[in-house]
Design a protein around this ligand. Structure first.
Ligand code: FE
Length: 192
């Protein structure tokens, strides 16, 4: 696959269709600047700022854009709130639609056939594969991303974090907790 991509890039460059410098910039942007740390900032702000949280849940796109996270594959954002009774999980059954501006590029498993097919038919099994066990009665709602709508999960704020600043809380927000295949870290997980 890598060889094929490189060959394709060479041909397109030779023919003048792409500028290698522009490609490098694009890749660097998604490797360094854009990533789950963006989403973590959104989540931590929602955990500490009730007004922002309300805005985020009603107008996800605008609230996220207000922090400067805008761009391709994030035009139409819907934020899903996890509660003690409801766990949200995101998939793209068709391909790999993903909220790039807040999470960066999708992980390989997100694009894999097993995840895409099982997330809907057997979400508890998928969560078990991710070492996530939810309480018996908790409802799991699976959301299918499309080219039009991208989802971000707002996980529950971990216990034992009273008085924490948004900057401190950001460290608890994992990528998977914003897809719904994981939970945020607990304070004891990052204690050094
Ligand atoms: Fe897709």
């Amino acid at each position: 696959m890598q060889l094929r991509v490189r060959a394709l890039e060479s041909i397109l460059t030779e023919k003048g269709y792409v500028d290698p410098k522009a490609l490098d910039l694009l890749i660097e942007t998604y490797e360094v600047k854009v990533g789950p740390h963006n989403g973590a900032r959104v989540v931590a702000k929602a955990w500490t700022d009730p007004e922002y949280r309300k805005w985020l849940l009603t107008e996800g796109g605008a609230a996220i854009a207000s922090l400067g996270y805008i761009g391709r594959q994030g035009e139409n954002m819907v934020v899903l709130e996890n509660t003690p009774k409801l766990h949200n999980m995101v998939v793209c059954t068709l391909c790999s639609c993903y909220p790039w501006p807040v999470l960066g590029l999708p992980p390989v498993w997100y694009k894999s056939a097993p995840y895409r097919s099982q997330a809907v038919s057997n979400p508890r099994k998928v969560l078990a594969d991710f070492q996530v066990t939810l309480p018996e009665g908790m409802e799991i709602r699976v959301w299918d991303s499309t080219a039009e709508i991208r989802y971000l999960v707002l996980p529950m704020r971990p216990a034992g974090t009273d008085g924490w600043s948004a900057e401190q809380l950001e460290r608890l927000v994992t990528r998977d907790s914003m897809i719904g295949t994981g939970l945020p870290l607990r304070p004891q997980d990052i204690a050094s």
